[in-house]
Design a protein around this ligand. Sequence first.
Ligand code: HEC
Length: 280
Amino acid sequence: MDFMNTVKAALVTAALVLPVLPQTGLASSGGPPLPQEDWSFKGIFGQFDQAALKRGAKVTIEVCLGCHSIKYIKFDHLRQFGFTEAEVSEMAGGAGLTKQDKLVSGLAPADAKESFGLVPPDLSLMTKARKGYEDYTFAILTGYLTEEDTALVDAAKEDGTLSPEEITKLASALHMDPHHPEKIDEAVKRIANGDHFNKYFPGNFLAMPAPLSAGAVTYADGTEATVKQLAKDVTTFLAWAAEPTQTERKSTGHKVILYLIVLTAMLYAVKRRIWARVHH
Ligand code: HEC
């Protein structure tokens, strides 16, 4: 009876302690707050959504691989979330590679430097490398000017000078600081010049042109390929690429925790039994 009560107490304690607080996304320093998505793989019971991983792998290979490598992952690794050997070989073939190859971009570093002024970073660890983690990657992919934003910028630059109302509107649409109209003015000029504006990139201008557009990839499962969907799937895939053993690590962790709880309860029961014989 005593023992059962101890076990119950231990389990109740575990139930209270285990669901750790969800991690909140950090905004990159000084920048606008990042959009917060629900990621199925976050938290100690989080799991990767296999369908999203398959879609994200397709986007990565068909779009991002044109410029970026994901050098820690081989095509063959993609079988871990449900692609068949034939599918993996076909995807590798499409990129001029074989299933034993790593996801290496066909863009030679020298050509990249010539086109962009720098070599696009490897994306293997990208979701871990930036403040804000996966929220940051998702934000960059969705942070380019929308059609409405572009219309606002076009209207604003027409007469050459920005009115106070235009400043206010642009500041809110582009997530810029309304207290620095000169920066907004400069941004409008650079946008007109063809530079790539992004609401979430530190400093707002980057060498990467908007990589995603609606319908860029045809999904095999019929999911509609909106920019947001593409961004979410590709980010899920990149989070997996940064830690492909997460699923195993978590399930081992859960078993270890359960084992420790049971062990603690048993040791406590034994201790009480032994000390019960000691009379004060
Ligand atoms: C046309 C070439 C090109 C394509 C296609 C492309 N990128 Fe990029 N990407 C770049 C370049 C160039 C940079 C470097 C930008 C800079 O630092 O100014 C970059 C940078 C990035 C960054 C890093 C931003 C930072 O904080 O340093 C991320 C994240 C990124 N790309 C994700 C992606 C994803 C995901 C895809 C596929 C959906 C993709 N890119 C497709 C060229 C490309």
